[in-house]
Design a protein around this ligand. Structure first.
Ligand code: NAD
Length: 366
């Protein structure tokens, strides 16, 4: 198979982790006889420095012309004082919107080897953590108008939160379809006790539920969900929610699995061209130190093979290689166990070495 992959390395640890994911993709190509043609695209702070724009049309066009996009991360302190529409993160929002990827899929699954890295107590962890957050990605408050005006002698800021029934329906269907392929339980998360957009969300989910009788639909308020994720994560199979709630809950869900550095994500629209990125940011505090965990990005590359290129065996091979490396006790700093005795059973490695180990452990048909 031959595919064109746009690569956005971005800022901070972005280039380090993206390079490791590319190394793993190249190893897969070698083993399975595929060919990947990479096109570099600039986005984020590096694009601001080069073009004065976080995502120039030329860079978006490179992504739109590709079969899929692999992204490291963008952002950093250097660009924090830029006006809202010129910040690195604006490039990311425009990329998602430009690609029409409305469905963001973030698995929260604990690797058994990392159970001791979870901040939750062993009893809760032993009941299992394996759920998916399906997050609406190109609507809601992040995409409404943002204004700051002077009113009665003081500044007043307004952010618009808007959802149409059709926007809710298309992400709702992804939630139900995802649940059908898993444990057939869908939890719809909103704030319908306060927000109109959430009341429309809830009503639309219940209307859709009639088309999916095999799926058990439950409703949960977002504040309760934040609590339930740490109290009893085993209760969740698939969670479907709007953009901002999904952003926050998925960071929380990643943390209970051990580290934000482990979690991949896929973003898809109606076609097969997707955007694949780890859920964390550019981690400026550890950039350039070769200590970042590249596994979230490597697993994002595996998701690309599975969901955009229909290469399940190759995706399985990457996931097995990650498991094998963890089984052997190799850990980046963020997933080292806190307990001293447990630490002795592990070997701390850097970003590059972790990437190399995963490549070495990649075998065809594992
Ligand atoms: P962050 O996710 O970058 O970092 C939070 C913490 O997690 C930091 O302590 C960091 O060192 C650690 N961390 C993150 N990824 C790690 C990895 N792979 N390995 C080891 N440790 C890791 O969040 P932040 O500090 O709030 O944001 C930093 C910048 O990233 C900001 O400019 C923010 O806007 C941006 N951001 C970008 C994206 C994206 O590109 N998709 C997402 C979130 C935040």
């Amino acid at each position: 198979m031959e595919k064109n992959i746009a690569v956005i390395r971005g800022d901070g640890i972005g280039p380090e982790i993206a390079n490791e994911a590319i190394g793993v993709l190249d190893r897969v190509a070698e083993l399975y006889g595929h060919k990947w043609n990479y096109t570099d695209a600039d986005m984020g702070g590096c694009a601001i420095d080069k073009y004065g724009d976080p995502l120039p049309q030329s860079e978006l066009d490179k992504c739109l012309a590709s079969d899929s996009v692999l992204l490291g991360a963008v952002g950093g302190n250097k660009w924090n004082s830029m006006p809202g529409d010129k910040r690195p993160e604006k490039g990311l929002l425009r990329l998602r919107e430009g690609m029409g990827v409305y469905s963001n899929n973030r698995p929260a699954k604990i690797w058994p080897q990392l159970a001791s890295a979870s901040p939750l107590n062993a009893d809760i962890v032993s009941r299992g953590i394996d759920f998916i957050i399906v997050r609406e990605l190109i609507g809601g408050i992040y995409f409404g108008s943002h204004t700051t005006n002077e009113v009665d002698g003081e500044k007043v800021a307004v952010d618009e939160l808007r959802y149409s029934e059709s926007e809710i329906e298309r992400i709702g269907r992804i939630g139900f379809e995802t649940a059908l392929k898993r444990g057939k339980k869908l939890c719809s998360v909103e704030k319908s006790n306060v927000l109109d957009s959430s009341r429309l969300w809830k009503a639309t989910m219940h209307r859709l539920a009639e088309e999916y009788p095999e799926v058990e639909l439950t409703d949960m308020l977002v504040d309760n969900c934040a609590m339930q994720i740490v109290k009893n994560p085993a209760q969740f199979d698939v969670v479907v929610t709007e953009n901002m709630f999904g952003d926050i809950l998925s960071d929380e869900a990643s943390m209970i699995t051990g580290s934000i550095g482990m979690i991949p994500s896929s973003s898809l629209g109606d076609g097969t061209c997707g955007l694949y990125e780890p859920i964390h940011g550019s981690a400026p505090d550890i950039a350039g130190m070769d200590i970042a965990n590249p596994i979230g990005t490597i697993l994002s590359a595996a998701m690309m093979l599975r969901f955009s290129f229909d290469l399940a065996d190759e995706a399985d091979a990457i996931e097995s290689a990650v498991g094998a490396v963890l089984d052997k006790g190799y850990r980046t700093a963020d997933i080292m166990p806190a307990d001293e005795n447990e630490q002795k059973k592990c070997q701390k490695v850097g970003c590059r070495e972790m990437g190399n180990l995963i490549k070495e452990n990649l075998t065809k048909g594992r």
